[in-house]
Design a protein. Structure first.
Length: 224
């Protein structure tokens, strides 16, 4: 089975080489999507052997879409953050249920796994709890987190036609997966404090903004 990894990364020079070094050897290809980082993230990633793609439009979702656009046919696509808060070595946990044909989308739940102190501030924790509650209510799937570390089949990924360019992308993927009849499940993953400077969850204001964007996404995609 071919597994390709997409890493959106914006100014992650401190973290990206550590992330890339921990990716399991069985991964076929790693694509790092950069939106014009000013700290050399793209050069570091390319030197470490990743395929680097540039996306002129800012936004987490736009970065993921640009990564997908350059992939050739594969079996599984894994999304992973570039800040070293996830454990790339745990990727097998996400891919195994797909290989066993038990799921089409597997979300890594940080709330169900081992979370190091300071890895997620209280407002990010609360935001994930509230958003997961909505996902459970609407989809009936027992998820406890809207984690970015996730694996999805190539077939499902290509049938979802995702459009959210910002932080709504992860939720849109979850709703559309279920609405289109694909199977979603979660597995516990570990989480540690990010390396480098926080862009979202480290600030209450940015967290609130991201949460509002995500609540709007819930409203938009709650119905099939
Ligand atoms: N290419 C690209 N990557 C982005 C963009 N925004 C965020 N990212 C990356 O997406 C991942 C998740 O963003 P983070 O800033 O870590 O968001 P978070 O985990 O909610 O919050 P913090 O870790 O506290 O900043 C990281 O790898 C970022 O570098 C973007 O506009 N473009
Ligand atoms: Mg992060």
């Amino acid at each position: 089975m071919n597994v390709d990894v997409i890493i959106p990364a914006l100014n992650e020079a401190e973290a990206i080489s550590r992330v890339l070094a921990d990716i399991p050897a069985w991964v076929r290809q790693v694509v790092v999507v950069d939106n014009g980082s000013s700290d050399g993230t793209a050069e570091i990633a390319a030197r470490a052997g990743a395929r680097v793609v540039f996306q002129p439009k800012r936004g987490y979702g736009y970065a993921c879409l640009a990564g997908l656009a350059v992939l050739e046919h594969t079996d599984v696509v894994v999304f992973l953050d570039g800040d070293y808060s996830d454990y790339p070595a745990e990727m097998e946990r996400l891919v195994a249920p797909i290989m066993a044909n038990q799921a089409d989308l597997v979300i890594g739940s940080r709330l169900a796994g081992q979370m190091q102190e300071g890895a997620m501030l209280w407002h990010a924790y609360l935001g994930n709890c509230v958003l997961s509650w909505f996902v459970r209510l609407i989809t009936g799937c027992q998820v406890s987190d809207i984690g970015p570390f996730r694996a999805i089949t190539w077939e499902a990924m290509n049938n979802l036609s995702l459009t959210e360019g910002r932080y709504g992308w992860t939720l849109e993927m979850m709703f559309k997966t279920v609405h289109k009849g694909y199977r979603m499940m979660e597995v516990p993953v570990s989480y540690r404090p990010r390396l480098g400077k926080s862009k979202v969850s480290g600030s209450l204001q940015a967290s609130l903004k991201a949460s509002l964007v995500m609540l709007a996404t819930v409203a938009r995609y709650a119905r099939p």
